[in-house]
Each structure stands twice: as structure tokens, then as C-alpha cells.
Design a protein around this ligand. Structure first.
Ligand SMILES: Cc1ncc(COP(=O)(O)O)c(C=O)c1O
Length: 453
């Protein structure tokens, strides 16, 4: 039985009316991927205010790995609501915060002693990680990579690469932040998938240390193991391990931003595991909270303890309900079934996507790890093809599938559906994508014919 049920065109009249109210009440800077308002969600199914049923491949930008309204999460929240709501961990303690810290200390890569700080958002995790690295090293500078995204606070934006729409008009940004290629320069990425040797990465960093900023001035490197907003870019094999090794030798704190790669998305709890690295600090958010706002900085105990008492915290960080939800999320992943599911969803997607690629020349790349999968579009001359990604996303929405674009050139579509999506729903959604790809191809053909006349 099909999940998608369309009662009106999309967006329907009620969504359109709410979009008008939104325009009056909410600043235009708050982006909306889809002009859609939702009244109910269950796992990977959304029901909009017009009664349309839609399959969700966006998962709240990767926050719903365990599904929307996951039963274990709901149960944990109900129990917590009956006990107490907010207290503020800086005023009085509660077990949930400590237990979650213990669990994250044990689950994150690396057998060394660790500690965890809880905050509210991915951007706040990035901010705090850099504060902690600076306090630990006594150094000012931070290295980040091309096409990175690290959030919308001032430091998050400074570390973020994409100018439009994220950075435009918001400067000046923070000083002492320097950007290096994500292994290979962005314009060469599609041409070569060759692994990088330790020597190549040494050479890259040596040049940076000589010409840009000395290693002795660098507190931290901040890097996503796989670029999220940047277009699901997987680094060349060898890049991250060599980078981590160089950091280690120079006393630079290696910070892995796993806000989007984390919590099961790639078929491992943490994306780093695929590259065999053990970051000094690891940042999780999004799906960690099972739909509740929560982020964590987990890392080597001696680094985490660098800031003095009172140097870290915040009113809502690690609020009791979010901690309860996160502990339930960890239980959901405990037996490995969901991780296996992430891998098999990725394989199923790739099978279909490679056949689409053989059919359509404008699909330049199919890539990803586990259920973190994307397709990149280019024009006949190889230039990024943002219009194709936009048209495809619009086609999908009109036909009952919510899917997000990504990439510095907006020419990528990406999958961030709940890992709990059923086989039938996933197939149904892939059929809609396939129809969209054919529709875009037909449009391209007719444009080419028109241009030739
Ligand atoms: C890798 C990465 N870091 C940081 C952030 C910022 O997280 P938040 O939106 O929770 O502040 C995001 C959000 O998309 C992200 O993908």
C-alpha cells in the first residue's frame, strides 16, 4: 500500500495561507526548503495541514535518524515530564546529564579517559570546542576546510565556507581562522578519487605552516569527516588519518564535527570510524537528541578540563528532557540493527542511483557512506547544475517526497531520511526521484532542441 496520498496540489491551500502568515510574522532570512506546513509526523511520514501524506527524506536535516516520534524516545520523554522539567545543570544536578556524558565518553572513538559537555545546538558545540582547545593549548589560531559548514553563530560562520546565503552581509568575521583544501582542491574533486599519501598531506600542511600560520600558533583543526552542507563530499582516503597524525605531532587539537555525520547516519555511530581516526574532541548534535535540542562535546579528559570552573555551561545545555531522549536514542542503536539498516539503505540507494547515472549524463556523481548519500548534477560543459537539483526537489515535493539540496553550488540532492523508514516507503520515494530525473532529462532535451533551432 502506498504511503503517499495527495488530496490537494502541493502546497495546498492551508499551507499556502500559513506561508503568507509566515511571511508577515517571520523574517525572510529564515530559510524554508519547502512551502509546506505539517500537522502530524510518524517515523518517515509527514501529514501536512491539507491532509496530504508525504515521505520524508529530509529528516529535519538529519535530526530524525531514529524516526519522528520514536516510541522509545516518547516513553523516555513522558517519564521525564512526570519527574521534573528544567532545573539548569549549573544550579542543581540530575542523573540524566551525568549518565549521558558517561555513555558518550564510552561510545565515542578512542579508549582514553574522556569527558562530555552538553549544549543546545551544533553551532554551540563548535563554539565551545574551540574555546576548550584554546584554553588547553594557549594558542589562538584555528584551521578549517573548504566547503565546510559549522553553524550560524559568528565563529560557526567564520569556519563555514559558503558565502551565499550564509555569510553575506554578516562580517566582519573572527580573526585567526584559516582554510585549507578538504584533501584535494574543490575544483579537482570530481576528476580524481585517488587516495592521498601521508607525504602529500604533510606537504600540504607544511606549506600552510610556512606561508599562512605557524603550527605553534594553531589551537585546533575543525573538520567534518564527510562534508554535510558542502554536498556530502567524502575526503580522499588517507587525508583524515594523516591530518590527525600531523595535529598530534604539533599539539594541535583535532576536532571532528559530527553534527551531520553522527549518530548512525553513515552506518557507524560516528563517521570518523570509517577513517580509523580518534579525534581529540568530537561534536554531536542533530539526531543525538531524537528530535529534542541537544549537542555534545566529548573529548580527552585533560583537554576538556582546561577551562576553569564556570568557564563552560549555559542555562539550557543538557536539559533533562533532551538527556532522557538522547539516552533512548543510544538504546535504539545498542544492538546494531539500525547501523546495519543505514548501510543497507545506502546500498539500495546506490544500486538505483548508479543505474540513473548510466542513463542521464547530467548526473556526474553518486557518492556517500552508509545512508549519507547524494547525487551531484552538472551541465554539458561540466559546470555545476543547480537548476537540475532545484527542479528535481520541486518535482519530488509535488509528487509527495520531501528531499533536500546541498553543495556550495546547490547542485546536489542528499538523503537524510530516518533510518527507520520502511522498505516500501523507501522504494516508493526512489520511484518518485526516478520520475523526477526523467522529467528533468526530458526538459533538458527539449531545451537543447530549441537551442539548436
Ligand atoms: C556539520 C555541522 N556542524 C554544525 C551545524 C550547526 O548545527 P545547529 O544548526 O544545530 O547549530 C550543522 C548544521 O547543519 C552541521 O551540519
Amino acid at each position: 500500500m502506498s504511503t503517499i496520498k495527495l488530496k490537494t496540489e502541493i502546497p495546498g491551500p492551508k499551507s499556502r495561507a500559513l506561508t503568507e502568515r509566515r511571511a508577515q510574522a517571520v523574517p525572510r532570512g529564515v530559510y524554508a526548503s519547502a512551502p509546506l506546513f505539517i500537522r502530524h509526523a510518524e517515523n518517515a511520514t509527514l501529514e501536512d495541514v491539507d491532509g496530504n501524506r508525504i515521505i520524508d527524506l529530509a529528516g529535519g536535516i538529519g535530526t530524525n535518524n531514529v524516526g519522528n516520534r520514536n516510541l522509545r524516545v516518547l516513553q523516555a520523554l513522558r517519564t521525564q515530564l512526570d519527574a521534573f522539567l528544567h532545573l539548569c545543570f549549573s544550579v542543581t544536578g540530575y542523573e540524566g546529564y551525568v549518565e549521558l556524558a558517561e555513555r558518550l565518553n564510552a561510545l565515542t572513538p578512542g579508549k582514553f579517559a574522556k569527558k562530555t559537555l552538553l549544549v543546545n545546538s551544533g553551532a554551540e558545540a563548535v563554539e565551545n570546542a574551540v574555546k576548550i582547545a584554546r584554553a588547553h593549548t594557549g594558542r589562538p589560531a584555528v584551521l578549517c576546510v573548504e566547503d565546510a559548514f559549522h553553524g550560524r553563530t559568528m565563529l560557526g560562520l567564520t569556519l563555514t565556507s559558503k558565502t551565499q546565503p550564509y555569510k553575506q552581509n554578516f562580517g566582519p568575521f573572527l580573526s585567526d581562522v584559516y582554510r585549507i583544501p578538504f584533501g584535494v582542491p574543490a575544483d579537482l574533486r570530481l576528476r580524481s578519487r585517488a587516495p592521498m599519501s601521508q607525504e602529500q598531506v604533510e606537504e600540504l600542511l607544511d606549506g600552510v605552516f610556512r606561508r599562512v600560520v605557524s603550527a605553534e600558533s594553531i589551537a585546533a583543526v575543525v573538520v567534518e569527516p564527510i562534508l554535510g552542507e558542502g554536498g556530502f563530499v567524502v575526503p580522499p582516503a588517507g587525508f583524515l588519518p594523516a591530518l590527525a597524525d600531523i595535529c598530534h605531532r604539533h599539539g594541535i587539537v583535532f576536532i571532528a564535527d559530527e553534527v551531520q555525520t553522527g549518530f548512525g547516519r553513515t552506518g557507524e555511530l560516528f563517521g570518523c570510524t570509517h577513517f580509523g581516526i580518534e579525534p581529540d574532541l568530537i561534536l554531536t548534535a542533530k539526531s543525538l537528541g531524537g528530535g529534542m535540542p541537544l549537542a555534545a562535546i566529548t573529548g580527552r579528559a585533560e583537554i576538556m578540563d582546561a577551562p576553569g570552573p564556570g568557564g563552560l555551561g549555559g542555562t539550557f545545555g543538557g536539559n533533562p528532557a533532551s538527556c532522557a531522549a538522547a539516552l533512548a536514542v543510544i538504546e535504539e542503536f545498542a544492538d546494531g540493527t539500525l547501523l546495519a539498516r543505514a548501510r543497507s539503505l545506502g546500498e539500495r540507494f546506490q544500486q538505483r542511483a548508479f543505474s540513473w547515472q548510466r542513463q542521464h549524463a547530467y548526473i556526474r556523481d553518486v557518492r556517500g557512506v552508509g545512508a549519507m548519500q547524494a547525487i551531484e548534477f552538472v551541465q554539458a560543459d561540466g559546470a555545476p547544475y543547480a537548476a537540475a537539483a532545484k527542479k528535481l526537489a520541486q518535482h519530488c515535493l509535488r509528487n509527495g517526497v520531501l528531499i533536500l539540496t546541498a553543495g556550495t553550488y546547490d547542485n546536489v540532492i542528499r538523503l537524510l531520511m530516518p533510518l527507520t523508514i520502511s522498505d516500501e516507503e523507501f522504494s516508493e520515494a526512489l520511484d518518485v526521484i526516478e520520475g523526477g530525473l526523467n522529467a528533468v532529462a526530458t526538459e533538458l532535451d527539449s531545451q537543447a532542441i530549441a537551442a539548436a533551432h
